[in-house]
Every structure is written in structure tokens, then in C-alpha cells.
Design a protein around this ligand. Structure first.
Ligand code: 2E7
Ligand code: F3S
Length: 322
């Protein structure tokens, strides 16, 4: 037994880590590199994770904030979070081979928002104003879009006609907080149309459920992922809302001995953009200090897979050039 300490029980949340949209987006960058060679350009981080981005940089991906930074003739990849119509138009007007790695579940929200706008409804987008997904979704809906982040925002939102209003949500919100916001919207606009919490994606919902279950048994919780990842931040909040101190581990050095001082049971999970490598790093760090007894706590199985991003036109382009 390490230094006479009791073994540490680690409750490993399942599902955790990569979702189907993240797998698909990373694969698109890797496939593009394999087909065309380096560099390929990615607008925005393909997913919000430093390990993923750095690994792709080493393979030849170049990450940019704006399309204007991408040279003519290059491959340009849109991140999993989606882009506005304006960005799509700008890309189409340039000599770029565009690959769209927008998650199909984000696309579904775009379609839903557009449908409501076309029917003459103001669209209320529940989400975080400055998040790249929300910026993209606003820019996909040709109509009036109001962003609300909180129940307080619902009180002050000013719509064109209270009888013609609909809502959609960002895909990575807190299920509990969003339920509260939807209830407030229904109180204020009884005729509002919307999908309940269903446009929060399956991966977000499952990871929140799993962290809730481990938080019920653990004294503290470690959440692996990057600081700019919305869904990862929500996992930490869920653990904390159950009264458990929660640590965001962006790098193994974030995890210090003091965090497990006197702790017998700890929870461990990872956001949808965090590779399993981060979980292994957390376990290795914990094992430096204590013997571990690891128990996976699975709340559901995930079978969701998306068809890969279509790269066939890259091959055709190369063939027509040669
Ligand atoms: C795309 C979408 O990259 P992430 O950390 O993104 P969030 O939105 O959580 O900051 O996670 C994967 C992902 C989630 N949602 C990608 Cl729209
Ligand atoms: Fe898509 Fe949800 Fe993942 S929106 S990218 S499946 S976190």
C-alpha cells in the first residue's frame, strides 16, 4: 500500500470523452491530410481541445480564425461547431476546396431554426452569446434571432409578435438549466414552439447524466478537457451542483496531491472533445500518489455514428488538375 494510504477508488464515468461528431470532424482533417498532403487549413479549432489541435498541427493542419488567412487553392475545413451563411458564401466565392465538418446535430438545429424563421416566427436561441456554435447558428437563420442565456434574459427579451415565437438551443447546454429557461419561455409565450430539451445533443445529455451518477457517490470529481470547451464546463458545473468540488484538468499538472487529500472515492470524466489519453494521464497522476481501484460506472451505451465527411471531390479535383 502506497505510503500507508488507503487505496483510492476511482469512479470512471461512461459515456465520457469523444462523441460521434468529434470523431467525424477529426477524421475529416486526417483524411484530407492523407489525400492532399500538408498543409490543410482549418477555420477555428476543429474541436475545443489542445491535445487534439496540437496533434493535428504536428501532422500538417494549420488553424486559422478567418478565411482570409487561407491561401487560394487550399483545402479549407469548417470546424464541428458550424459556421454562418456568410462564411459559407465567402468560402464558395474563393478558390478553396471546402470540407464541412459541422456536426450533423448542429446542422439539424440550423434547419429547425430556418424552418421557424420561414414560417414568420422570431427564433429564440438558448445559448451562450460568444460561443462559436451560437455565432454560426445565428448566421444560418435568415430572420429575427434573439439569444437568451438565462431566465433573467427571458424576462427582457422583446419579440415582434408573442404568438409567433419558437426556440432552439445550443447543443451543449446544461439540461437542467435549459429546462428552467424553457419553462420561463413557455410562461411568457404560451404559444411558443420548440423541441423541449431535445436539441441538446445525445452526447451532452449522456455525459451529464453519467457525471451526476458518479457525483452522487464520489467526494470530488475530475473533469478532463480544455477551458474553452462548453460541454466540458457544463460537466464540471453538474458535479458542483451536487455539492462536489470539481477540478477541470486541462493538463495533468492541474491535478495536485491536495485535491485528493483525505479522499476515498473520486469521480473522473472527460468532455466530448477530450481524448481518452487525458483520462489515462489523470489515472497515471493519481497512481503516483495512491494505489487505485478503478470502477467504470456506465449509465448508457452510445451507438451513434455519423457518415464521414465526403472527400471524394478532393480526389476529382486532383484528377482534373493532373
Ligand atoms: C461541436 C459542437 O469542441 P467542443 O469542446 O465544443 P463545445 O461546443 O462544447 O465548446 O466539443 C465537441 C463539440 C461540441 N459541440 C463540437 Cl457544436
Ligand atoms: Fe455533435 Fe454533440 Fe458532439 S453536437 S460534435 S455530437 S457534443
Amino acid at each position: 500500500m502506497k505510503r500507508g494510504l488507503e487505496p483510492l477508488t476511482v469512479l470512471l464515468a461512461a459515456p465520457r470523452g469523444f462523441c460521434a461528431g468529434v470523431e467525424r470532424a477529426i477524421q475529416a482533417v486526417e483524411d484530407a491530410l492523407a489525400q492532399t498532403g500538408k498543409p490543410v487549413y482549418v477555420r477555428h479549432e476543429i474541436v475545443h481541445n489542445g491535445f487534439v489541435v496540437n496533434a493535428l498541427k504536428r501532422k500538417g493542419a494549420v488553424f486559422v480564425d478567418e478565411l482570409s488567412e487561407i491561401p487560394d487553392g487550399a483545402v479549407a475545413i469548417f470546424s464541428a461547431h458550424g459556421v454562418s451563411r456568410e462564411v459559407e458564401r465567402e468560402a464558395a466565392g474563393r478558390d478553396l476546396a471546402v470540407l464541412d465538418a459541422t456536426c450533423p446535430l448542429v446542422r439539424r438545429v440550423h434547419v429547425e431554426g430556418r424552418r421557424h424563421a420561414q414560417a414568420g416566427r422570431d427564433v429564440i436561441l438558448i445559448g451562450h452569446r460568444s460561443h462559436v456554435e451560437v455565432e454560426g447558428t445565428i448566421g444560418q437563420i435568415a430572420g429575427i434571432v434573439h439569444v437568451v442565456e438565462t431566465v433573467e434574459d427571458v424576462r427582457s427579451v422583446c419579440v415582434s409578435d408573442p404568438d409567433h415565437v419558437a426556440y432552439v438551443t445550443q447543443t451543449t447546454l446544461s439540461v437542467d438549466d435549459t429546462r428552467g429557461i424553457i419553462a420561463a419561455l413557455r410562461m411568457r409565450f404560451p404559444a411558443i414552439q420548440g423541441p423541449d430539451t431535445k436539441t441538446i445533443c445525445y452526447a451532452t445529455q449522456n455525459r451529464q447524466l453519467a457525471v451526476r451518477v458518479i457525483a452522487a457517490r464520489a467526494e470530488r470529481v475530475i473533469v478532463c478537457g480544455s477551458g474553452n470547451s462548453s460541454n466540458t464546463a457544463r460537466l464540471r458545473e453538474v458535479a458542483e451542483s451536487h455539492g462536489r468540488p470539481a477540478l477541470l484538468m486541462q493538463d495533468p499538472r492541474d491535478l495536485t496531491l491536495s485535491f485528493i487529500d483525505g479522499v476515498a472515492v473520486i469521480g473522473l470524466t472527460a468532455g466530448a472533445s477530450a481524448p481518452e489519453q487525458m483520462i489515462n494521464q489523470a489515472l497515471a497522476r493519481l497512481a503516483e500518489w495512491r494505489d487505485l481501484s478503478v470502477e467504470e460506472v456506465r449509465v448508457t451505451h452510445e451507438g451513434t455514428r455519423f457518415a464521414p465527411v465526403d472527400l471524394s471531390f478532393l480526389t476529382h479535383q486532383a484528377a482534373s488538375v493532373s
